[in-house]
Structure formats: C-alpha cells, structure tokens
Design a binder for this molecule. Structure first.
Ligand code: BGC
Length: 474
C-alpha cells in the first residue's frame, strides 16, 4: 500500500473527533505553517547555494541528534504529499517560505536569478492553488545565504538593505501573480538576538541588526506597494514573535514595569517602528546612543509598513524586575528576570502551556497597534513540541490536541468577546521538521515525519482533530 493510500484510508476510517465548543467569525482562515529550511531538504539540488544554517547544521555536534536537514522531510520534492495531506484535512491556507539561496545562489544585489528554482517554486505554488490552498509566503525564514557572511557582515552589513530589496524584487516579479500574501522576515527578534556577536560588540550588535532588518523590511514594502501592488493586488507584512509577559506579582509596581519593559524589548522593538514610526521610549531612554536612530524619512517609510499584524506565539512567562549583571548587552539592558508559574505544564521544548496568554497578547496587540489602524491580525505560528519517541506516541498525540483546543478557544474568545480583529490562525507545523539546534529531536507536526533516505509521512490524531475543528468552524 502506498503512503498516500494509507493516509486516505486513515482519514476515511477516522470518526468525527470531538472538538472544543468554538464558533469563529465567518471567513476566519485556518492554515498550517512551515519554513523552507526546516522542511525542504534538497540541500544541493537545482543550483542552490548554502545558507549559514547549512554550515552550522554540518558542524560536528552542533545539532542535538547530529543531523542536518539535507533530506529532512524533502518537501522540495514531496510537496504533492503535503498538498494531499492538507487537502484531506480541509486546510485551505498554507504559510511557507522561499529559500533565498535557491533564487539567488550568489545572494547579493544584482546577482543572477536561478531560473530552475524559479520554475520549481512556480510549479509548487500553482499546485497548491490548484488544490484550493492559498499560499502565504515569507521571503526569509532563518536561512540567510552563507555568502552574506563570507562577503559581508550578514544582516548587519551596510549593503544588506539593498541585497534584500533586490531579492524581494525578484520574488515579487516572478511569483507575484500567484502570491497575494507576503511576509518579508520571520521573527526579526530572533534574528537580532540570536545572530551572535563578538563580546566587544554585544552592546550594540543586536540593535544594529534589528535596525537593518527593519529598514530592509520597509524598503521591500515600499517597493512592493509602488511597483507591484497596483497590478498584483497583494498584501505585505512581517512576522513578529512574542510571548505574553505577566508581572510575577500583579500587586508589585516593579514587576508590572518589568512585564511592560519585556514587551517593549520583544515586541515593541519592531512593532512600534512599524505601526508608530519609532522605537519604544523605554528603549531609547535606556540605550541612548547605542540604539541607532531613524531619519525622518525612514520613520515615514516604516510607519504603516504592514498590511496585517502577523504574530508567532507559543508561550508566556512571569517577570520580575532586575537581572542585569555586568556589562551592556540585550538581556542586561532589558533587566527582567523571567520564569514560569509552578502550576504551568511544559511542552517538550520546556515552554509553558498558558492558553490564556494568546488571548491576552492578542488583546494587547489590538489595543496598541491594530484597533486604530484596522489592520487585521493573523496568528502565523502557534503549536507545541510533544514528546514522541515512538511512532505510536507520535500518532496518538493527545497533548497536542489539548494544546490546540485550549489555544484556539482563547483566540476565538479574543475575537468574539473582545472584538479583536484576528482573522487567521496557522498551526505550527504541518510536518515534524528540522527544529534548528534541536535537529529532528523536537516534534511540532500535525503529521509525523520519519526522516531517512526516503522520509515517511504519517498523519497524527491532531491532523484529524484539526480537520474536524475546521469543518465545525467554517
Ligand atoms: C520559528 C520556527 C520554529 C518554531 C519552534 C518559531 O519561532 O519561526 O522556525 O521552528 O518557533 O521553535
């Protein structure tokens, strides 16, 4: 029996699984999310060059299981299987990313376009669309070309903005007839904080990286709006990540300030420039000259540079004032101690499961950024790593169903009770995939993937549950 026949059978036999009582607003979009580097494999196929992560993943001992995603889920070649799985579950929205290393193997501004890769993505996008699945495309999700570090300074390079704008231009031009929802970057916070810095540069480097990424985002959005949006009619934004931050002791003013400061240093760092035109006041005061400044022209370009608010959210923490040890760096600058409440259960990543956190962060975002602008919110990632060391445990992923039920109930509550204009939700992830430094040891998928020369996809209970949930909420 082929893999696809097995999948079809499992779906046909599965009973309508019980779901939490929710009623989402009409037209609400339910989808799944992946990223090129985490699912594509095909690391040397069709003229692709290497990303910095290709290099890292091949360093001995760098990933927890010693594996690199050279083949991984092989979605580059096996996307028809992904489409079949999504279709059978009634999932009509798919967030994916394009690999810069495939489109522009030489990476930089003006470098030649790899026609084979362009053709590949066009075929793939068409196949999704033909299956009734709308693509939402992130231009870069964690896989910056290695050449940007060999011939430059990565995201902090003085040419980065031009390089990114050129890459974005190529993508808008080649795929804009098929893609109507674009995201420039995934999680600039992670880019800035995890990019790494020499000890003597850590007091400024994260802020410089963030600044460049924000300017590159704004440049790409301006280009899209001027050159492509009028004829292509698409929308463009950026994906921001944040936890929900609670004061450890809600009656303690210092803890309350700490929670507010954490939100500013995580989300406000990017959301304030994009929705209000400048960095949060608390960061400007704290960092002084170490925080780069925007010119008036740049502020104007940034303000309003997102047609939707795209949020990745997984967990929550409680905050106390104070953490700073010696030296200026991002964490000392924020000066917040974070921990979990004792009663919170943890996922296999060690992240706390706090379903009301997604409600509370959506309400914060609505109040601060989207109520005034009318910009819709999409939850572009949410999900959990479940301990699934055997196939059996993988398929019977009840904790994941409970997580999704509880988090989705809270998204619905934000929409229905608080009037938050949240219009979409993308589960992370469709597939078990390469979880960066954790290799393949952490499983986030609605579909189990057993990696090897020929990766095997097996739908989990959570996929069947999601199918039924979507059906009840359409
Ligand atoms: C990232 C994904 C990652 C997920 C789980 C998100 O922050 O966008 O690439 O796999 O978290 O760690």
């Amino acid at each position: 029996m082929t893999q696809l026949t097995k999948i079809a059978l499992l779906f046909a036999l599965s009973l309508f699984s019980s779901t939490v009582n929710c009623k989402f607003p009409k037209g609400f979009k339910f989808g799944t999310s992946t990223a090129a580097f985490q699912v594509e494999g095909a690391w040397l196929q069709d003229g692709k060059s290497l990303s910095a992560w290709d290099n890292l993943a091949h360093l001995p001992g760098f990933t927890s299981d010693g594996l690199a995603p050279d083949v991984g889920a092989d979605s580059y070649n096996r996307y028809p299987e992904d489409i079949a799985l999504m279709k059978s579950a009634g999932i009509k929205h798919y967030r994916m990313s394009i690999a810069w290393t495939r489109i522009l193997p030489a990476a930089r501004d003006g470098s030649p376009v790899n026609a084979v890769a362009v053709e590949h993505y066009r075929e793939m996008l068409k196949a999704f669309i033909d299956a009734g699945i709308t693509p939402y495309v992130t231009l870069i999700h964690g896989d910056l070309p290695m050449l940007m570090y060999l011939h430059g300074y990565g995201h902090a390079d003085k040419y980065f903005v031009n390089d990114f704008r050129y890459y974005a231009d190529v993508c808008f031009q080649r795929f804009g007839d098929l893609v109507k929802n674009w995201f420039t970057f995934n999680e600039p916070w992670c880019i800035a904080v995890f990019e790494g810095c020499k000890p003597e540069e850590c007091s400024t480097m994260p802020y410089l990286v963030a600044h460049n990424v924000l300017l590159a985002h704004a440049a790409a959005v301006k280009l899209y709006r001027q050159k492509y949006a009028p004829s292509q009619g698409g929308k463009v934004g950026i994906v921001l990540n944040t936890d929900m931050f609670y004061p450890k002791d809600a009656t303690n003013a210092k803890d309350k300030e700490a929670a507010e400061r954490a939100l500013a240093f995580y989300l406000g760092w990017f959301a304030e420039p994009i929705f209000s035109g400048d960095y949060p006041a608390v960061m400007k005061t704290k960092l002084g000259k170490r925080l780069p400044q925007f010119t008036e022209e740049q502020k104007a370009m940034l303000k309003g540079s997102a047609d939707f608010f795209a949020l990745n959210h997984y967990s929550s923490v409680v905050c106390e004032d104070g953490r700073a040890k010696e030296g200026n760096n991002y964490w000392n600058d924020m000066n917040v101690s974070m921990s979990n409440r004792k009663e919170w259960k943890l996922t296999d990543m060690g992240w706390a499961i706090v379903p009301e956190g997604i409600h509370d962060i959506l309400v914060e975002i609505y109040k601060r950024y989207t109520r005034a602008t009318g910009v819709p919110i999409y939850v572009t990632e949410n999900g959990m790593a479940n301990k699934e060391t055997t196939r059996e445990a993988g398929i019977n992923d009840t904790p994941r169903i409970e997580y999704y039920q509880a988090y989705l109930k809270n998204v619905e509550r934000a929409a229905n009770e608080d009037g938050v204009n949240v219009q979409g939700y993308f589960a992370w992830s469709l597939l078990d995939n390469f979880e960066w430094g954790a290799g393949f040891t952490k499983r986030f998928g609605l579909v189990r993937v057993e990696v090897g020369e020929v990766p095997v996809r097996i739908p989990k209970k959570s996929l069947i549950w999601y199918r039924d949930f979507i059906a009840q909420n359409q």
